[in-house]
Design a protein around this ligand. Structure first.
Ligand code: SDX
Length: 433
């Protein structure tokens, strides 16, 4: 990646009796940054920023978020335009290569991905080691890490050809692994991918088809699946993407890095929020129970899952597209009276008008409506984060590839402020009283 930041003046600091000037750098859009790489050398000071709320960890040209304006761009394209008009594989090509594919490029990319969807047949035995009630996310973390055992021939991160093959294998095989984790959890036989099906439809086929009868998903279901994949594909330096970058900075192989990202995404404050949001709506049950629930949130007894975001201090643009998709799916499947939707719409109305949430800039995020949509598509809550991981794999890989090719890249190693005991010496056990 060519470094594209531009100098934009300096920032002056007076530390004790010393004046320090640090460069200010400008990107193409978004806040400037103070380049603090020389701060410790010139001042003996670290910066302190738990949760990295004000710290840029890298330069990137992939995704941009303006949290105050509710803007999300993938390589400059607004998320709603892509969700409305593109296929997920077009978006994969865009995130990985920087441009939407031409017709010829798309045909070639789709052909390549389609022919990597099968897993090594020994992999089927991998699942047999789990209990049937194993959470599918636990299986995903293990299975994706195990890919480096089955596809060790493409783990040399210094070989561009190996990096490309691993990229194709991960994007192609995630749906197969996800579907097999689901089938294993419900005791149904694995369904193999079909090369004549598109990416989203192939995944639905592997999840919901059974040997006993034909399965043809409703077009609105395929469209919703495609949109879900696009909306969750990448999101700047979120927790799981930062995990993938940090793992990749030690030159770990791509399968291991993506497995680390899946593990981080699993957390209920991150990708696990869609499952928690749906469970919350089910727990509330009916609209008349909402006031009591909101009282509990204000008393800090629990969080409003699917609300709030570290960056979006306005409506998450993905949530708007997801809400539209939810209505389309429920209408198409004649589920418009879904009680969960009624609770969700009323909970959103209350939260958007209540000073407690307004003052904290808590708006619905992508996870608030995605759970209702995935529930309507037929997935159980324990599969929601699996679908998020399947979608985010292309974002993780694009960010990992950008990091690997960045000449300024070095192993990530944050510092700390230490407040533990100063040096002291060992006392033998019989002298410790
Ligand atoms: C994702 O980073 C990404 O980009 C992530 C993601 C992606 O695509 O990769 O967008 C995907 O993870 C979306 C977020 C999904 N998580 C949830 O929906 C879980 C519920 N939300 C939160 O836990 C919370 O909003 C976070 C974790 C998402 C953001 O938390 P922050 O930025 O660290 O904010 P905070 O915890 O400091 O909260 C600020 C205030 C606090 O109140 P006060 O102490 O100031 O009085 O807001 C309150 C918090 O208590 N608050 C909430 C709340 N979220 C924050 N109160 C109730 N319900 C919530 N959901």
């Amino acid at each position: 990646m060519d470094n594209k930041v531009a100098p934009n003046g300096t920032a002056s600091f007076r530390i004790g009796e010393k004046d320090i000037e640090l460069p200010v750098l400008k990107g193409s859009i978004g806040p400037d940054v103070v380049d603090i790489r020389k701060l410790y050398g010139e001042s003996g000071l670290f910066t302190f920023d738990p949760g990295f709320t004000s710290t840029a960890s890298c330069e990137s040209q992939i995704t941009f978020i303006d949290g105050d304006k509710g803007i999300l761009l993938y390589r400059g394209y607004p998320i709603d335009e892509l969700a409305e008009n593109a296929t997920f594989l077009e978006v994969c090509h865009l995130l990985l290569n920087g441009e939407l594919p031409t017709a010829a490029e798309y045909a070639d990319f789709e052909h390549t991905i389609t022919r990597h969807t099968l897993l090594h047949d020994q992999f089927n035995r991998f699942f047999q080691g789990f209990r049937r009630d194993a959470p599918p996310m636990a299986i995903m973390v293990a299975a994706v890490g195990a890919l480096s055992a089955f596809y060790h021939d493409s783990t040399n991160i210094h070989d561009p050809q190996a990096r490309m093959i691993s990229t194709h294998r991960l994007i192609a095989k995630m749906p197969t692994i996800a579907a097999q984790a689901y089938k294993y959890s419900i005791g149904q036989p694995f369904v193999y991918p079909r090369n004549e099906l598109g990416y989203a439809e192939n995944f639905l086929h592997m999840c919901f088809s059974v040997p006993a009868e034909e399965y043809t998903p409703h077009p609105a279901v395929v469209k919703a699946m495609n949109r879900l994949l696009i909306l969750q594909a990448d999101h700047e330096q979120n927790a799981s993407t930062s995990t993938v970058r940090l793992a990749g900075s030690s030159e770990a192989n791509p399968f291991a890095c993506i497995a680390a990202g899946i593990a981080c995404l699993w957390g209920p404050l991150h990708g696990g929020a869609n499952e928690e949001a749906l469970n919350m709506l089910r727990e509330i049950g009916t609209v008349d129970k909402i006031p009591d629930f909101v009282k509990g949130v204000k008393n800090r007894e629990r969080k409003l899952m699917g609300f709030g975001h570290r960056v979006y201090k306005n409506y998450d643009p993905r949530a708007k597209v997801m809400q539209k998709t939810t209505h389309e799916v429920l209408d198409a499947l004649d589920m418009r009276n879904d009680p969960l939707l009624k609770v969700a719409l009323e909970l959103e109305r209350i939260a958007l008008s209540d000073e407690y949430f307004i003052s904290r800039k808590l708006y619905p995020n992508v996870d608030f409506y995605s759970g209702i949509t995935m529930n309507a598509l037929g997935f159980p809550p324990e599969m929601f984060t699996v679908l998020f991981a399947m979608s985010r794999t292309v974002g993780w890989i694009a960010q990992w590839a950008e990091m690997i090719s960045d000449p300024s890249q070095k192993i990530g190693r944050p510092r700390q402020i230490y407040t533990g005991p100063t040096e002291r010496h060992f006392t033998p056990l019989d002298k410790r009283g």
